[in-house]
Design a protein around this ligand. Sequence first.
Ligand code: ADP
Ligand code: ZN
Length: 612
Amino acid sequence: MTAGPRATEGLDPRDVLHDVFGFPDFRGRQAEIVEHVTGGGSGLVLMPTGGGKSLCYQVPALVRSGLGVVVSPLIALMEDQVAALRQQGVAAAALHSGLDEDERSRVGRDLANGRLKLLYVSPERLAVEGTAERLARRDLALFAVDEAHCISNWGHNFRADYRGLTMLAERFPHVPRLALTATADARTVDDIREQLSLTEAPVFRGSFDRPNIRIEVAPRDNAAAQIAEFMEEAGDGRGAGIIYCPSRAETERTASRLRREGFDALHYHAGMDAADRRAAERRFASGDPVVMAATIAFGMGIDRPDVRWVAHLSLPGGPESWYQEIGRAGRDGAPARALLLYGAEDIAVARKRIADSPAPESQKRLDHERLDRLVAIVEAATCRRRLLLRCFGDEMERDCGNCDACLRPPRLVDVTEAARKLLSAVHRTGGRFGLNHVVDVLRGNATERVSNFGHDQLSVFGIGKNVAEGAWRGIARQLLARGALAQASETNLPIFAATESARPILRGEEPVVLNAAAMEAAKPRKRQRSSFQPPAASGGDTAAFDVLRAWRKEEATRQSVPAYVIFPDRTLADIAAQRPRTLDDLAMIHGVGASKLDRYGLDVLRVLRDAD
Ligand code: ADP
Ligand code: ZN
């Protein structure tokens, strides 16, 4: 069964939303943005990952006359979007360096014949001689610049070839330009508006809240055990999970450990060759319940809607990148979870890296500020989401109720006395030793190293026997977070020295408090089953849901497209629950547009009948 492109020009945007995409309503500010762009306006859209940016340009491109051109930074992202649009009966294509000669000339022909409605293009392709000329000969509906923060070197993903996009305003002054990004810090926003000549155009800022993602932060004591427990709570046996690792080697170690434990785990990092990366991306998109252990190279362009959880093994780059990374969970709107594990070393290493970087002072100051904001969030005893969203300019009226600080409000204890002991041990050992050594001295462990340096003779030796090792780490983190401890400068190892800010603490003028849980020896937290219910968990529905998923997988493999572009889980769950008997019933279900009804309607009804 095939479905030809549908004529959508001149239709009402809401009808296109319904007929092509199968969605009943626009979300948040989508309606307003679509109306503005359909009317010929330009603008900048700020929305979180998973917020629904794509429809903001796809619907206007379909409604307006001519071709919509979407600039996108990643081949995988383009290919998946094109596959999804074709499933929806939209004449879409991508133009990038990954195409062979044949494919490129086919796109060229379709473009010349006016057969395309949406063209995804990489910035470097757009810059190639002749591309802009060819576009200039066509009637253009709009330009969309996806991941627009790539144009700014304030952002965290600067791409030199994005700079070429400044020509859009000069060469195509009458074509609307819509820039879209999930990065909302003021400098990046100003820069994007400047570069794309959008200073007169409106900024549409959506809410950055993603309330379905539960946010948890914990000190790292036994990462493998903590992740195992988290995976058990957060996984649903169907969706995927992502573990962000601090190094390439760690992705490989983590994935092979998990495979030994029986998980279907993959690794991903920028050191792999392109074909292996693509294979891992495809596997992730297949809809199987895989776990991806990856560096932050993995993610942009990963649209899988049923990522159930994202874990970080160490401190991320800043609140913005953390939020972007965890935003990859729960795009389908179902409950999802994020866990961040971190240790005192992470803070020390991050501070040191900034201090030692060759960047100009102004950049370093910003980097330090960014790190401070992140440290304040992970060390917070109050609602973490509130603090996190504040980084995006969102003020929440009340606590979220869905972060660890809200769910298990920490009991704080005064640890000023212990903090003083720690500072004085750092001082007496000369401020040249790592935390492990200092803790050995405090706890009176006469290790070889301790004896070699004669540190068992110091007055501080053994003065902190009664404080658990994990608690010492917690106190060190507090002190690092407040800048009272710093990494000593001669070395890259996490070695500590006390700073000026330690004085008020030593003089007893400033208290240090710590989460009581961290004061207890590292006992595993009592296991709580999550309240998560997979989309179709009730009795007979589950069987039908699984049968539909199996059918989808076969179909996706046959067409070599990601499973979710056929139907997302949410749609399959609704089908399983509602058991439509006719095509008309099926058409009423969320995510079933006209094209998919044509393509798959009869198959789905058959699969349902067979499942009975
Ligand atoms: P972003 O590009 O902002 O990260 P997407 O455009 O990929 O987000 O949208 C995230 C998810 O939300 C997708 O699965 C998309 O199909 C879904 N979605 C977006 N808008 C709507 C809507 N109005 N109704 C239902 N689902 C939507
Ligand atoms: Zn909260």
